[in-house]
Design a protein around this ligand. Structure first.
Ligand code: MG
Length: 383
């Protein structure tokens, strides 16, 4: 039985993790901790159903409400402010927190020598140089919950010597809702149009990132960090059906791919069960109805975020942190109606011009890089 802590339990990944745990065999997993920012009603309902030992609520007012609610029905559940304790009592920490805020969960899980089922790509991207050494701690390991990286993780298992055998990683991209469109026709797209993802149902931030291809750009950096493969050996292939979740090409010419219907429960269950295979099946393909798989090159002129991510990744140091922070600011502003969709890449590009070339050595350095980049991005939005 694995004791599972879920950070971001009321978000898309968090809810699906609870679904996976519910559909597993009785007693296979035990939810020991849940964490949220401020969703009171939802986390109270989750806590009443799964009976964790602790519930972490970041927002003070929300925390007081959750504590009051749970006191009446489940007085044994401890309601706390800090996420650190989650990693102490869990075997697996699922990090489904959205954005940079997920960094503390990532760090705590690895420091405590636990398995990190990582869906929060930003913490790895922004803090790559800080997170990398923590992975050497005994027991600490990252199993990616991102579908592409989970696919690569699976493909890699066909080689006994990855550093020798891997030629190329091929990350697949659905292309998002605007695939095939040019910049001119995308000038005035609405938030609703950008949120209409053709194949995946996800949270708003990542859905917008998919529409700009920044999600794929961040995933290129994530793949570099996770698998230690150079940027010249990571390619992006647009695959609109989202059935091939990514591929690895080996030095003998063989390409290994992982295929399944788009369902995040498969990568979640994989991360909980690895090195075993889950007893629950998610996303198995019906080959009598699947008739074709298409592949095409990404349109790098319309979707400029992809190349911006490669640039930031190649610079390294705090550049990916700047990229991710500027993107968060630009996307928030787009969702709030402050800027146009087409401005997202321009804001990020302009922000990166101010990058100071710092190599982060500590969490404080990362926070400082994040703060600086956000300041610049907000300035770029105002001009
Ligand atoms: Mg992904």
């Amino acid at each position: 039985m694995a004791r599972v802590a879920i950070a971001g339990s009321t978000g898309s990944i968090g809810k699906q993790t609870l679904d996976v745990i519910r559909s597993a065999r009785e007693g296979e997993h035990q939810v020991v901790a849940l964490s949220v920012n401020s969703s009171v009603d939802e986390v109270v309902a989750q806590a009443r159903m799964f009976k964790p030992a602790i519930v972490v609520v970041s927002d003070k007012e929300a925390r007081e409400k959750v504590a009051r609610e749970l006191k009446t029905t489940d007085p044994k559940i401890e309601v706390v402010a800090e996420p650190e304790q989650m990693s102490v009592i869990a075997d697996v920490v699922v990090n489904g927190v959205v954005g940079f805020a997920g960094l503390s969960v990532t760090m705590a899980a690895l420091k405590n020598g636990k398995r990190l089922a990582l869906a929060n790509k930003e913490s790895l991207i922004a803090a790559g140089p800080i997170v990398a050494p923590l992975r050497k701690i005994a027991g600490a390991e990252i199993i990616p919950v991102d579908s592409e990286h989970c696919a690569i993780h699976q493909c890699m298992r066909s080689s006994q010597n990855q550093s020798r055998d891997v030629q190329r990683l091929l990350l697949t991209a659905s292309g998002g809702p605007f695939r095939g469109k040019n910049l001119e026709s995308l000038k005035n797209v609405s938030v609703k149009e950008a949120l209409a993802h053709p194949t995946w149902s996800m949270g708003p931030k990542i859905t917008i990132d998919s529409s700009t291809l920044m999600n794929k750009g961040l995933e290129v950096i994530e793949a570099h960090e996770l698998f230690g493969v150079g940027y010249d050996s990571i390619d992006v292939v647009v695959h609109p059906q989202s059935i091939v979740h990514s591929m690895v090409e080996f030095r003998d010419g063989a390409t290994i791919a992982q295929l399944s219907m788009p369902d995040m429960k498969l990568p979640i269950a994989y991360a909980l069960e690895y090195p075993n295979r889950s007893t629950s099946s998610f996303g198995a393909i019906d080959w009598t109805t699947l008739s074709r798989l298409d592949f095409e090159k990404p349109d790098r002129d319309t979707f400029r975020c992809l190349d911006l991510a490669y640039q930031a990744g190649r610079i390294g140091g705090s550049a990916p942190a700047w990229l991710s922070a500027a993107n968060e600011v630009a996307v928030e502003s787009f969702l709030a109606g402050g800027v146009k969709w087409s401005q997202i890449s321009s804001i990020i590009e302009a922000t990166l011009q101010h990058h100071d070339g710092q190599i982060p050595m500590s969490v404080e350095d990362i926070l400082e890089a994040d703060r600086l980049a956000r300041d610049w991005a907000r300035k770029e939005i105002r001009v």
